[in-house]
Design a protein around this ligand. Structure first.
Ligand code: FES
Length: 355
């Protein structure tokens, strides 16, 4: 311990002549904590080395602020929608800016603690029972003392830079929560249209992954096929909400399904014995594609939701609580399947203001 911090054992903590360290040390002693080693990092304050270290750490904190601000700017203005130029980098850029910001906060605080804080070794015997009255002052003085030891008063640059760096980090934490206020999620009606929405008055064909259109005779009775909207990129992630399961029901099952459709006002949704449902599970968005022909149930492998295909794909088991949206079917003049319209219900997991 440096000489400046020598203190008498059993000192009166109310004595105004005591230095702050004396009070802290006495308080520690009353709590059976003995400070056995104390070594200030810079015995002569304000040296070149100390100032350089302070500037380096402050620089880190300011960089944190810049990175967090960059995160916010990307979050708000970067074109996140699927497009060849923008979408590829949206998520990685969010990750890199936030990751680096948090890493620098950690490195900065570690460097502050290791390089600028005094090295202190204390030994404490555990004890029980309440502390004496004098502890009030001791606790107060200790808190102020710790602030002093952090060096914020002597090095205001550090405190200011930390504040400037962490303020945008706080805003980053809030950004996803208030994202809907920053970006309108309903812009361009993007949550309510899929690749099946008619384009320029033309109905969209049902196609295989390779883009070839499908005729009714391509799916045998009891069979099923995953279909995509017959538009450019219809099978790609650009239209990730559009994969649909086309099922050719057996006659008796088709009759049951037709009757169920009629009850819901969907009498013209089926084409003959063919029926089509969105593959995007209404629970959490997994592909519900395990079709069990015997029971006419469609199973989602993620959390075992089951949908009854012959009853408007109503969920009959598992966590999903909303039926799979049904795609209205027809056949065009050339004999290929088309979607009469887009889905008439929201595809995928629910959201609170679903109409
Ligand atoms: S995502 Fe289908 S059951 Fe959970």
């Amino acid at each position: 311990m440096s000489n400046a911090h020598q203190v008498r054992d059993g000192a009166d903590v109310q004595d105004p002549a005591l230095s702050r360290f004396d009070v802290v040390r006495e308080g520690a002693r009353l709590d059976d904590i003995e400070i056995v080693h104390y070594e200030p990092p810079f015995p002569v304050p304000g040296t070149k080395q100390e100032r350089r270290l302070t500037r380096t750490i402050a620089g880190m904190f300011l960089l944190v602020g810049l990175l967090a601000t960059a995160f916010l700017a990307i979050y708000i203005w970067w074109p996140w929608q699927f497009s060849k130029s923008g979408w590829l980098y949206y998520t990685p850029l969010l990750g890199v800016t936030l990751g680096l910001a948090l890493l620098l906060v950690g490195i900065g605080l570690l460097a502050w603690g290791k390089k600028l804080m005094p090295k202190e070794v204390s030994v404490q015997d555990r004890h029980t029972g309440p502390s004496p009255e004098a502890d009030r002052r001791i606790v107060g003085e200790t808190l102020v003392y710790v602030t002093d030891e952090l060096g914020v008063r002597r090095r205001p640059l550090l405190g200011l830079s930390l504040l400037a760096g962490l303020a945008p980090v706080g805003a980053v934490a809030a950004a996803p929560l208030i994202g809907g206020l920053i970006e309108n999620p309903h812009k361009n009606n993007q949550m309510f249209t899929t690749g099946w929405a008619p384009r320029e008055g033309n109905l969209i064909r049902l196609t295989r992954e390779d883009g070839t259109p499908i005729r009714p005779e391509d799916v045998s009775a009891g069979g099923q096929m995953t279909v995509f909207p017959g538009i450019p990129g219809g099978h790609s992630n650009e239209y990730a909400d559009s994969p649909t399961l086309l099922i050719h029901l057996r006659t008796d099952a088709a009759q049951t399904a037709r009757a169920a459709n009629e009850r819901k006002g969907k009498q013209d949704y089926m084409y003959g014995n063919y029926i089509a449902y969105s593959k995007i599970c209404t629970h959490a968005g997994c592909p519900a594609s395990l079709y069990e022909q015997q029971t006419n149930r469609l199973l989602c492998p993620c959390h075992q939701s089951q949908f009854l295909i012959v009853d408007n794909a109503t969920p009959v088991f598992g966590p999903a609580n909303r039926p799979l949206p049904q795609l209205p079917l027809d056949v065009d003049a050339e004999g290929f399947f088309v979607a009469k319209s887009d889905f008439t219900e929201t595809v995928g997991p629910d959201f609170w203001e679903r109409p």
